[in-house]
Every structure is written in C-alpha cells, then in structure tokens.
Design a protein around this ligand. Sequence first.
Ligand SMILES: O=C(O)CCC(=O)C(=O)O
Length: 292
Amino acid sequence: MSTNNKFNAQNHVDAIARDGYCIVEDAIEPALVAELQNSIDILTAQGKLPLCQNEFEGLRTSRLFNLLKYGRIFEQIPIHKKLLSVAEGVLDDGLLLSSIGAMMIHPGETAQPIHSDTQLLNLPRPHVPISLACMLAVSDYTADNGATRLVPGSHLRSEAPAYGREVPEAIAMEFSAGSALFFDSQLWHGGGANHSTKPRVGLVFAYCAGWTRPQENIMLGLPDERIRELPRRLQELLGYSIYKGQWGHIEKHDPVELLGMPAERGMVWDATAHVTSPKTSPKTSPKNNAAE
Ligand SMILES: O=C(O)CCC(=O)C(=O)O
C-alpha cells in the first residue's frame, strides 16, 4: 500500500480545524456496511423508523434515536478505530457519545433548513469545538439523493445562519457507502433534497467534549444489564468515566462502580493529597445510596 493511502487521523483533524469538515473515505469495511443496511431494513420492517412529524427533521425522513438499544451491531460504530481516532483528535480522549441514530431521507424530501448544531447555545461564536457530528453513509450520498449540504469554513463565522433563509453557498458533500463525513457542530449545514428514486441511508451520530452535556441521555436510555455487556471504551463514551478526574463523578467515585467494576483512575483531588488515607470503595453503590 502506498503511504498516500495510509489513514492519517491528524490530517482529518487539521482539515476539520481549517474547513470545518472532512470526509474519511472507506471508514468502515464493506461487510459492516452490508450488516448495517440489513439491520436498518429489519428495523424498518418492524416499524421502528417512522417518518418524522416536523419540517425541520423532514416529513419524508425517518429517524431512530438511541440506536444502541436496537442492535449490538451498532456498538461497533462509535468506537470504530478510524472514526474514534478522528473524534479524539478534535475533542480529546475524554470525549462522550452525544447521540446516535439511523436516518433515511426518502424520495421527494425537500432540503432541510441550513443550521448549526450549537446555535441554541448561549456561547460567543466561533467557540472551541464542543461537538463533532458524523454522517456515516450506508448508501452512497449524492447531490441527487439528499447528500448533506454545508458551507465550508462557516464554523469560524461569528454568527449562526438565520433559520429558513436560503444559503446559496452551501455545497453537497458526495461520498460513498462506508465513508464518513465529519463536521464541527458549529458548521452551517443541512440535509439535501432527495430527487432520486431510492432513500439516502446513513447513521447520524455525534461526539461531544467530556465536559459538556450529550444531546441524548443514552446512559439512561439503555438498561444497566445491557450497559454492563458493552465494550469498556463504549461504556466510557456513555459517561461511565470521569473527565480529567473531575467532571462526572458521583460522591467522588467513578460511575463505573455502579456497574460493579473498579474505578480505573482516581479523582483529581487525590493527586494533591499529602495526607495518605486508604481509598475506600463504597459498600453500596452511590446509586443505591441516592435512593435511600
Ligand atoms: O441529514 C443530513 O445530512 C443532516 C441532518 C442534520 O443536520 C440534522 O438533522 O440536524
């Protein structure tokens, strides 16, 4: 393989900082793409991907959130090496999974209003990247079938787009099944119109910085017994972890103890201790104590 074909996460991280987005070609394996399509077909047949009921999400668009609940196949995606390494490069390795869903833009859908995913936050713009969106293509994304439209460089603008206004400089991002479009959530973007005869199919997910609040409360959206079975890195991404030993603790304990697992890292304050006292584990979990 020539070095040109070698995956280099840092190149993508640099592109996101500069342009607000990047495309990771062939991010996941073709067999995994086929399995994702098959799972989405089954969920569709079960009626789990209903049409949305508002114009922003799209009246000819189907979405299913909290996707980890609906199949173990989806667990692989947020911790897939190529995808996660780009996200860690932007947000650092204390990041969280903010949201994960499946989405289909059906034939006849009109273009979604151009928006920025952080525009409701009371923050001066531009701000540091606090969240990174990822569109993982399960079908090809084309200008004809509703590929995501975006305005390159708009993550550095000091204003968010006015809702509902035409943004002629938005361009369609074409990429093939198995490839992924990442963008800084400040970037001006929106789904496209589907003029084709087939749905545009993809997974839509986002990571956020470990010190912010995820969009979906996935930690509460999955039963504890399911969370216990997840790969450790995914548990961390769901919030069973502490950011820099400070954000996310429960009574100065790592929430992973709620799963009956030992804490791997101490609290930030422990690093400053000059009086040594043995670190004790709670006899009952903090969650149990809270209910008392
Ligand atoms: O479907 C897309 O390409 C973008 C979707 C989006 O930005 C949204 O639903 O907020």
